[in-house]
Design a protein around this ligand. Structure first.
Ligand code: CAA
Length: 258
């Protein structure tokens, strides 16, 4: 993969690891990060050897938000006509699962970026918040929508309107975070989760992600219908035969992603 200015990328077996790397700005998300992250995710999404991705920041900050220094001078016409922040949709459009490994600050766009991933594993040090209101704006990368869906209206309103931060324990209780781990375990835990995902049949993994994500979009009846059709379609795969035969024969499955 190409060298990036604001990211580090590597592969660990079947897992793609992307680390946000603007340490002097606490990984503030500028347009270069947006462009490079979209490119890196597209590359991992289309690489057949990769089954899942981990997105991490630094120990101090996953990301402290959209880059305020870059945003400061933007006017309405620039923002509207240029579809400011619209490019971040590429993250949520990634078809392979993305595990967010969050340590330290995940504020504003940082919290929103973590929520674009499929689940969040947080260090005990993680702090989440949507402080945009303190700058005279509101969340612009999905915070008002994804946070409300993740933690419910009461807590989303509390965070978005007061700009306060919540710690990892509160975020886990609220349903924003899937697991909390000790800081020194964070990256390993996220990589292990991603490696586990990558070990399962690719078609089933992509369909599982698609099915769960549809729950936020459609009625229960539509969601159940989609789930059942996707489930039924997996019986056309060789890996379904292999997975079930291996169970019955009490052996480990050998999946081929076919
Ligand atoms: N944008 C640009 N630069 C940022 C930044 C941001 N979001 N967050 C931190 N930085 C920079 C600081 O300006 C500082 O740079 P200098 O050394 O050049 O001054 C450097 O990172 C270190 O930051 P601090 O000195 O402030 O570090 P701290 O430990 O004292 O405080 C913090 C940490 C509480 C996270 C504080 O940096 C902070 O409040 N950051 C801004 C958080 C914020 O408001 N985020 C929302 C942005 S708006 C948004 O995201 C819109 C959206 O919905 C997409």
């Amino acid at each position: 993969m190409a060298d990036f200015e604001t990211l580090l990328t590597e592969t660990r077996g079947n897992v793609g690891l992307i680390t946000l790397n603007r340490p002097k700005a606490l990984n503030a998300l500028n347009s270069t990060v947006m462009r490079e992250l979209s490119e890196a995710l597209k590359a991992f999404d289309s690489d057949p050897s990769i089954g899942a991705v981990v997105l991490a920041g630094s120990e101090k900050a996953f990301a402290a938000g959209a880059d305020i220094k870059e945003m400061q001078a933007v006017d309405f016409v620039d923002a509207f006509v240029g579809d400011f922040l619209g490019g971040w949709e590429a993250v949520a459009a990634t078809r392979k699962p993305i595990v967010a490994a969050v340590s330290g600050y995940a504020l504003g766009g940082g919290c929103e970026l973590a929520m674009m991933c499929d689940f969040i594993i947080a260090s005990e040090t993680a702090k989440f918040g949507q402080p945009e209101i303190t700058l005279g704006v509101i969340p612009g990368m999905g915070g008002s929508q994804r946070l409300a869906r993740a933690v419910g209206k009461a807590k989303a309103m509390d965070l978005v309107l007061t700009g306060r931060m919540m710690d990892a324990a509160e975020a886990e209780r609220a349903g924003l975070v899937a697991r909390i781990v000790a800081p020194e375990r964070l990256l390993d835990e996220a990589l292990e989760a991603a490696a586990k995902i990558a070990s399962f049949p690719r078609a089933a993994v992509l369909m599982a992600k698609e099915a769960v994500n549809r729950a936020d979009e459609v009625t229960l009846a539509e969601g159940l219908r989609l789930e059942r059709r996707l489930f039924q379609s997996l019986f056309a795969t060789q890996d379904q035969k292999e997975g079930m035969s291996a169970f019955v024969e009490k052996r480990k499955p050998s999946f081929t992603n076919r």
